[in-house]
Design a protein around this ligand. Structure first.
Ligand SMILES: NC(=O)c1ccc[n+]([C@@H]2O[C@H](COP(=O)([O-])OP(=O)(O)OC[C@H]3O[C@@H](n4cnc5c(N)ncnc54)[C@H](O)[C@@H]3O)[C@@H](O)[C@H]2O)c1
Length: 442
């Protein structure tokens, strides 16, 4: 098939690369010229394991091309994916301007039947809005062409995006059109060989499934964080509680880790957008507003613990604090809404200097914060500790799990760790003379 993908971000680029890899002719368009220049030069703008090789292979074989020209892309594909961002607007609702701009571009070039697939995470009712926009443009052009707008939300996870796309748990397709259904069956056939993974449903249910899934995962995290905070006050150990809960197969072990809050480009914005959606239809979604409120408070926990340990916020002025982990989770360089940002910004407000290390996100941090005297981006994890009064841990990168505590103690001025990911056994660290504060553990 000739496929056009609008947006070369985490979702668009992975979709483009994986569809080209099974043999489709893919043109990927992004309105960011720097991104497209990089892609044309054989580099990829994000850090995603395995992606660069697939992009390179398919670009070299001529099946994957990149452009900034929306008109070219609209003309190339008889199947068009919308994979642009849907950032939160001021009231928390999803901002659809990019999605609708793509709908406009596609409709401006349409000559024949077009399948328009929305992969961006969008509120229920968006497919109808895209449908209306396309129909309007066609009417202005004096054309009456057949087209379908369908929902195909994406469930890939940053850090394992390629594998998730190639072997998805499920492929959700929302459409009532037999023609669109047949095309989608053909398109995803290579990913359904082992077992049938596609679930067809109506468009609105497909749109809601994406938000519902993210809100459920965010709920589990906030629930555990709430319990962890209570465990601290009650003298219980949340790690023991977690094991005890997870043993129940109805609960399971996944996604019940307490920590310093969730971040990323999806959970925070999607929970807010879902809450907003409830509000728009006159429903007060009490549970949804609590998920975000608990998360917001949790992101402050590491700073509060540190300040309390040092005897107050004033004690932070002029201090050097080490930070391990900038990305919102391991195996990505994405720092959108990362807990590390809340923490660093609080430390700077208190007058502290941050020495941070992340295996891949330093460039991203520099992009966000620029060069500043109170931020040093270290080249390795031990260098970040030099002369630091405390170490704070925000991301559970594999290489932080078994560090050399002797070397750490030598480099730091105090043996103080505030761990937002519960990486170490508290008893062992205490036996070695560390003050070790973690989440929900005595
Ligand atoms: N990142 C994830 O893990 C993930 C997972 C599932 C779903 N999603 C959803 O997928 C969508 C995209 O997310 P992302 O993380 O890939 O975003 P992103 O910000 O990484 O990429 C979006 C890209 O779209 C481009 N763009 C915007 N308007 C455009 C236009 N009119 N024409 C061409 N390009 C345009 C931007 O320049 C950007 O490169 C969002 O709705 C998100 O919620 C993301």
């Amino acid at each position: 098939m000739n496929i056009s993908i609008f947006g070369a971000g985490y979702v668009g680029l992975v979709t483009a690369a994986c569809l080209a890899d099974v043999g489709h002719r893919v043109l990927c368009v992004d309105h960011d010229p720097a991104k497209v220049a990089l892609l044309r030069g054989g580099q990829i703008p994000i850090w995603e394991p395995g992606l660069e090789a697939i992009v390179a292979r398919n670009a070299a074989e001529g099946r994957l091309l990149f452009t900034t020209d929306s008109a070219d892309a609209a003309a190339h594909g008889n199947v068009c994916f919308i994979a642009v961002g849907t950032p939160p607007g001021e009231d928390g609702s999803a901002d659809l301007q990019y999605v609708l701009a793509v709908a406009h571009s596609i409709a401006s070039q349409m000559q024949d039947y077009q399948l328009i697939i929305n992969k961006s995470t969008v509120p229920v009712g968006t497919a109808d809005k895209v449908q209306t926009r396309v129909a309007q443009v066609l009417q202005e052009r004096g054309l009456l062409l057949p087209f379908d707008v369908i929902s195909n939300p994406e469930f890939l996870k940053e850090g394992s995006a390629v594998a998730d796309f190639q072997k998805p748990d499920r492929i959700i397709v929302g459409t009532d059109s037999p023609r669109a259904r047949a095309l989608m069956t053909e398109l995803y056939e290579p990913f359904n060989r082992q077992q049938q993974r596609t679930l067809f449903m109506d468009v609105r249910s497909a749109e809601l499934t994406k938000y519902a899934s993210n809100a459920m995962l965010a709920t589990r995290i906030s629930f555990m964080n709430e319990l962890a905070n209570m465990a601290e006050l009650l003298g219980a150990d949340i790690e023991e509680v977690r094991q005890g809960m997870g043993a129940d197969p109805r609960i399971g072990y996944q996604f019940i880790y307490p920590g310093c809050g969730y971040g990323g480009s999806c959970f925070p914005k999607d929970v807010r957008a879902l809450e907003r959606l409830a509000h728009e239809v006159g429903y007060e979604a009490q549970l949804l507003s609590s998920i975000e409120a608990v998360n917001h408070r949790q992101k402050q926990r590491l700073f509060d613990k540190l300040a309390e340990q040092l005897g107050g916020i004033d004690q932070l002025r002029g201090q050097t604090i080490a930070l391990w982990g900038l990305a919102f989770k391991p195996n990505t360089d994405d720092m959108r809404e990362a807990p590390s940002r809340t923490l660093m910004e609080a430390l700077w407000r208190a007058g502290a200097r941050v020495q941070a290390f992340d295996p891949v996100a330093a460039k991203e941090a520099e992009k966000i914060y620029g060069q500043r005297p109170d931020l040093m981006l270290a080249g390795d994890k031990y260098a970040a500790l030099q002369g630091a009064q405390a170490l704070l841990i925000c991301t559970e990168w594999q290489q932080f799990r078994a560090p050399d505590f002797g070397e750490m103690a030598q480099r730091m001025t105090q043996r103080l760790i505030v761990d937002g990911r519960n990486l170490y056994p508290p008893a062992r660290l205490r036996a070695e003379g560390w003050t070790y504060l973690s989440i929900g553990r005595p």
